[in-house]
Ligand binder design. Structure first.
Ligand code: CA
Length: 338
């Protein structure tokens, strides 16, 4: 790897090789006017008990995606080392400055953590966090989970997602994890090609089995979606044998794929978005998806954006105010139908 030999400048208060439950901070040195020798405190927990699977649970990769952050906080408080076999590292608010600001990206450097891997130990705050996650945490994990949701601008049917692998046995392993999580839907993307800047790509670079989610979103937490998250997280940990816990059996998940870029609908112009479909709708190719109203010239007929394929509406834009190029919807297609 090109960045081999470079070392992270971040200081971890925990010893990842020690048995028991530890909580504390990953310190990102941050020398600023207010605080000459200060650091940014990213909360982290490590629960270890002997040998077994090494699991990394992460949320807050995007700071305004709350369900995973809340679910992982509760898990840290609940989990007892005696019920663990192996190691669970929990990083609930990975891009902590973004989470603190309630934003997708960091207010410090505008960094989108999930477009920053493999990171840079000498780079901006977000680049340094990405470097640590990839080269320290993922480098010593067997399984990596990244709990996203729609954030402020999108809302999803609670979903799990993963990439196909060139190795079919590996793909089966992630499909088994999706079934264990038991979200209403799951979707499988194409295998990654070449270098990519996401956590998923970072995990693949280190041979880590990886699954993500799109839990809900809309910049909020709802009890129903939080329950999907909390039950699902416990079930995947039980499935891996790393955490002994009683959970209700997994409901069935509908296996889908997002077949290509034209399964997304984008705003053709700027204006005010009126959706013409809802999450969970089965739509047809050519069906109107939404209107964009021109409140600066309200006598103009609104622009209409249409779906370009048949499919299930799994993601919808939330805010009314919309710019040309904003994502309004995307569709999933049943795996068998492709
Ligand atoms: Ca996200």
């Amino acid at each position: 790897m090109a960045d081999e030999g470079k070392r992270s400048r971040l200081y971890l208060e925990l010893d990842l090789n020690k048995d028991g439950k530890q909580t504390g901070f990953l310190r990102v040195p941050h020398s600023v006017h207010r605080s000459a020798y200060g650091w940014i405190p990213i909360p982290i927990a490590c629960i270890k008990n002997g040998d077994g699977p090494r699991v990394l649970l992460q949320a807050g990769n995007h700071g305004d995606e709350w369900e995973g952050q809340v679910a992982l906080g509760r898990l840290i408080r609940e989990i007892e080392p005696a019920r663990v076999k192996g190691r669970i590292i929990i990083l609930p608010s990975a891009n902590f400055p973004a989470s603190l600001a309630g934003m997708r990206t960091s207010p410090i450097d505008d960094g989108n953590l999930n477009r920053t891997f493999p990171g840079d130990p000498d780079g901006t705050v977000t680049q340094q966090i990405a470097f640590f996650i990839e080269h320290v945490l993922l480098a010593q994990s067997d399984f990596g989970f990244d709990f996203h949701s729609g954030g402020s601008s999108l809302t999803y049917i609670p979903s799990t997602l993963a990439r196909r692998s060139v190795d079919p046995a590996q793909t089966e392993k992630v499909v088994a994890l999706m079934k264990a999580f038991g979200a209403p839907i799951s979707y499988l993307g194409a295998a990654l090609q070449g270098a990519d800047r996401t956590f998923t790509a970072a995990a693949h670079r280190h041979g880590v089995t990886c699954m993500g989610t799109e839990l809900g979103g809309g910049g909020q937490v709802t009890p129903a979606v939080l329950k999907v998250a909390e039950d699902g997280i416990r079930r995947i940990l039980a499935h891996l044998g790393v955490y002994r816990v009683d959970v209700p059996p997994a409901p069935p998940t509908r296996l889908l794929t997002v077949a290509g870029d034209d399964y997304y609908v984008y705003a053709p112009e700027g204006g005010v978005f009126e959706p013409l479909a809802e999450l969970g709708d089965e739509v047809k190719s050519g069906q109107p998806a939404g209107r964009i109203h021109f409140n600066d010239t309200p006598w103009r007929e609104p622009a209409v954006a249409s779906f370009r394929h048949d499919g299930l509406v799994i993601c919808k834009r939330v805010p009314g105010r919309t710019e040309r190029g904003d994502c309004l919807f995307h569709l999933g297609s049943d795996l068998a139908a492709i």
